[in-house]
Design a protein around this ligand. Sequence first.
Ligand code: T68
Length: 838
Amino acid sequence: SVEASVPESQREAWRKFSAKEFKTTEEFEAEVVRHIETTLARSLFNCDEAAAYAGTALALRDRLIIEWNRTQQQQTFADPKRVYYLSLEFLMGRALDNAILNVGMKDVAEKGLAELGFRMEDVISQERDAALGNGGLGRLAACFLDSLATLNYPAWGYALRYRYGIFRQEIVDGYQVEVPDYWLDFNPWEFPRHDVTVDIQFYGSVRKYRDDSGKQISVWENGEIVKAVAYDAPIPGYGTRTTNNLRLWSSKASHGEFDFTKFNAGEYEASVADQQRAETISAVLYPNDSLDRGKELRLKQQYFWCAASLFDIVRRFKKSKKAWKEFPNQVAIQLNDTHPTLAIPELMRILLDLEGLEWDEAWQITQMTFGYTNHTVMPEALEKWSVPLVQHLLPRHLQLIYDINFQFLQFVERSFPKEREMLGRVSIIEESEPKRVRMAYLAVIGSHKVNGVAELHSDLVRTTIFKDFVRIYGPDKFTNVTNGITPRRWLHQANPRLSALIASKLGGHEFLRDLNLLHKIEAYVDDKEFRKEFQAIKFANKKRLADYTKEVQGITVDPHSLFDIQVKRIHEYKRQQLNIFGVIHRYLELKEMSPEDRKKVQPRVSFFGGKAAPGYWMAKMVIHLINQVGKVVNNDKDIGDLLKVVFLEDYNVSKAEIITPASDISEHISTAGTEASGTSNMKFVLNGGLIIGTCDGANIEITREVGEDNIFLFGNLSEDVDDLRHHHFYGDFQLDPSLKRVFDTIRSGTFGDSGPFTGLVDSIVDHGDYYLVSDDFKSYIDTQKLIDEAYKDQDAWLTKTITAVSRMGFFSSDRCIDEYAEMIWNVEPLPPPKENGA
Ligand code: T68
């Protein structure tokens, strides 16, 4: 039984007046103008592009919210098993373009805006990115929301409503400078739900007593309360009425604006300080993408978000009045990395302390509810929280973690009585000083499935960090779901002309819902007209990036050059340094050549883009080196157009939509075994670019799908990494002569003061070359040579790119979500009703 607030007899009137969605161009225009004139209080005499954007966005928002209401109503009545995707990051980018596309109103909006005097492209580019994420992990979550809605899964995303997203990057004198990203000035996509709030407790103490029946009761009390307020953003599926919800929690002082008792007692500042301290929790996204810094505020964020989300999920479940044992049949919670692992002890607390369940039942429910996705095997990224910190902030949760650990270790001891040394290895508590909670172990123990994000990565998960756990639980608990990307944003939106070309051959856009249909375009690989248009599209996309580069970076590049692109977070393991050393090597070779020989060279532009974590010195020096090399190379008269080096400032999702379709080659060159999957590799190939890459992450599956002839692989394999590191450790290696020459050039001051680059060079020459740059250098530059040669045969190159595109169907996030749904969540789609109403 569902409560409804309007009595049956009045519902007719209600229905008569309930909001209608615009359908025609005229209705759309009417909505836009109405919003501009009334919501925004502007007129046709002062309507700039920003106002046109606002009006359009508000019109679309109204439409989404009608669909959203319908979807939520239907889900409330049907009460199916729902998926909850807990992620501290959702890197959504812009919403307007996506909303227009997904509700199928592109032509209407384009025509309507034109009639009102605006170009759709200009209007769309007024929107600022919702940048609530660092990189791949956050963008994956965003692609998943798109697929979940498109496939009609009843699903919710839960995250924090950061006031500041990932910082904006500026380059000043060749160095990265961080500027705050205050993105909430105008955000038409969110709906504050001031009625949906949750009290979240921190600190305090635990009181234990026995009730009348002798049962031990734990009460967590005397803590500090902070309020979580819900903000909802509608997530429309493509070509379906399903519109799911992304719920973001904002923190607020529990007593509202400020504490009047304190205020009246003259403690004005103290009362405001309380309020500010509470609001700090959701103030800022942590900008580290692969380093665990163990900061108290981060732990607060994690608990605040987990506790609010679980309260919400449990509240929804309880409305259905089902027995607790039904919980895992109604609720699947996916943990995006270990960031939401506190949800495990939090659910235990709810079930034991608040609902009075017995341990065994509570634990079974918990394990069956959670799934955990791992995104890295690199030790410095694995979260470990200091025990004293957890004790202080979350005293009851620490007890529960110890209890979980106790039960678990007993189980291990029974299963492996002769391997007592295993207990220390697998304990959730690391016996360090201070002791630390290993969150990844807690996540494994509290979940029924653990998955990696590409085959090699999932193998490494099973054979390295969770090796013991595979023996303890058996191999079936550990699985692989290779990442995917949404073709709506990353093909249709980013590359409308290519999408149109494909549609013209496949008889429509159905491939955007079933990407495997792409294989049918392989039949056109020899079709003259098709090839011509495909090539023209690539050129136009390169031209667009060239224009952008001129406009924003002031650098002129020739779109006939080979465009070589590496855009992603800057990290030693991703090896942008290998790329820039290769560029320096190329520059030195060009300098030595005779003018005659230079004429035979394939001109190239090396594009870089990406942010460095603010505290990551080495990454910042890589950015500096790229910019310094660019300054010298781009102004060298001997070189001209043969080589240009561009650092694209402030790489983000909306810029990726311009950059990705413009590559001839993109670089995915991480040290083997370090990049869990990578997802931009998929985006580049889908848009008709080839890859230079190592045998790492999803490069391996991409090779399997597109064929070895259509990708450029190089470098050492992951199974050889340990040995190679060992050799470096014992000084048993020879620096490649061309790499040595690159280092000598840097040291000589060719690229300005070499001081800032000392650490970078030394890390390779003197400090063990952990990321094996020197070991892969030769094979990297040789492969780049092969690419130069291959590119000269434009016909063969075109054949490779078309073939590769046609074989990329596997990498849709739709495939990925269906795998999660079947293997991990056990949920079914809930298709929307054909006509209006539930
Ligand atoms: C990325 N991880 C992987 N982490 O590096 C990438 N980490 O290989 C993979 O394709 C992608 O996840 C999706 O699976 C990240 O992006 C983070 O951003 C991050 C953020 C905070 C803390 C740790």
